[in-house]
Design a protein around this ligand. Structure first.
Ligand SMILES: [Ca+2]
Ligand SMILES: [Ca+2]
Ligand SMILES: [Ca+2]
Ligand SMILES: [Ca+2]
Length: 362
């Protein structure tokens, strides 16, 4: 009976997912979401990074193996409407599931990225000092691509992590604010800009077609992130005057709330590790972080950093939770408040450098 039931579920799920792999699943790398997939016996393999699995039904059909952190799954079986696997680590250039310490040096347009996997520091020149840095995983291989947007002509330049080649695409116009994110949820960041002059978002979906959405007001700051945890970035703005957040959730409608004031720095991210970005800001005047938990809308605050620091949060220890992080320019010192415990202090960069994880924090 048990076998029959298994086959039945397998068949239904196979129909539901259409083209998805059934007998020999393999997913590797990437910023990915798995929904209703079946990875059955015969060598199913999912590798890479920092996963969250929710609502799974696991059966040791052919031996299930799961390892935390740098994750490996062998021959698992999931068949549930709510089954999801999510992995997204921002500013992870080597694809090990950990945000990398790295800087952009406007003078010379140099990028220095310290690979968390090896400690090596590849450096290169890409862009000019006035370009807006916009690193993200545009190619979907699980590694962030060094990239920038050029305000003068609205062109994007992306250095592919796969082979170091680059492509350039015009999208946007002078005066726009770059806001790339994975809006269509295919694991590839989409070129996107917010245009203050007409308060419109222009998104070039990596799956094809453009999304044009009027959302926000002229002086708003784009804070796109996946607040509802459905694997798609949500169009969202922070309104500095009243300290309001307006979030156009891809699955659940518009959410508006007041959190922060005009001089605060919006630093949304998944600090609690539930797969949903939390509304959060860093207050330059006292170096405090304020986070609203996506789980229950309660908030917490803690001091980390000091006035004059540059916030650069990411998941530096790769546990799926954002780590409060600041870069102190005058001493070129990084303070990483790791969610797994302890503060790591790193000397990296020089005064005047911009942390890559600060790319979308105005
Ligand atoms: Ca990394
Ligand atoms: Ca995409
Ligand atoms: Ca979403
Ligand atoms: Ca972390």
């Amino acid at each position: 009976m048990k076998t029959k039931k298994f086959l039945y579920v397998l068949a239904i799920t196979a129909i539901a997912i259409g083209h998805a792999v059934v007998a020999n699943a393999q997913s590797s790398g990437g910023n990915f979401v798995i929904k209703k997939s079946v990875i059955s016996s015969g060598g199913g393999l999912a590798t890479g990074g920092n996963f969250v699995l929710n609502g799974t039904t696991g059966q040791a059909i052919a031996g299930v193996e799961s390892n935390g952190g740098a994750f490996k799954i062998l021959s698992g079986f999931w068949a549930s409407g709510s089954s999801t696997a999510t992995r997204r680590t921002p500013f992870d250039f080597d694809g090990d599931g950990k945000t990398d310490v790295g800087i952009f040096r406007p003078n010379g347009a140099q990028w220095w990225i310290q690979r968390s996997s090896t400690g090596q520091v590849p450096a290169l020149q890409f862009g000019v000092s006035t370009d807006k840095i916009a690193p993200a995983d545009y190619t979907g291989d699980g590694k962030a691509d060094i990239a920038f947007w050029r305000p003068s002509d609205g062109t994007w330049y992306v250095l592919r992590s796969e082979d170091g080649s680059y492509f350039a695409v015009p999208f946007g116009a002078n005066g726009d604010i770059p806001a790339p994110a994975d809006f269509d949820g295919d694991g590839k960041a989409d070129l996107a800009v917010f245009r203050p002059s007409n308060t419109t978002w222009y998104i070039a979906k990596s799956t094809g077609g453009n999304l044009i959405v009027q959302f926000g007001a002229e002086n708003d700051i784009p804070v796109a992130a996946d607040y509802d945890g459905d694997g798609k970035a949500d169009i969202a703005i922070f309104r500095p005057g009243p300290g309001e957040w307006w979030i156009n959730r891809s699955s659940a409608g518009v959410l508006a709330l007041q959190f922060g004031s005009s001089t605060d720095k919006a630093v949304p991210g998944d600090y609690t590790g539930d797969g949903k970005a939390d509304v959060a800001f860093w207050r330059p005047s006292n170096g405090n972080w304020y986070v609203i938990r996506s789980e229950n809308a309660s908030f917490y605050a803690f001091p980390f950093g000091a006035s004059g620091d540059t916030p650069a949060p990411g998941d530096y220890d790769g546990d799926g939770k954002f780590d409060a992080t600041v870069f102190r320019g005058p001493t070129a010192t990084w303070y990483l408040g790791k969610s797994t415990g302890g503060t790591q202090i790193v000397q990296f960069g020089a005064n005047g450098d911009r942390p890559v994880a600060n790319a979308f924090i105005p």
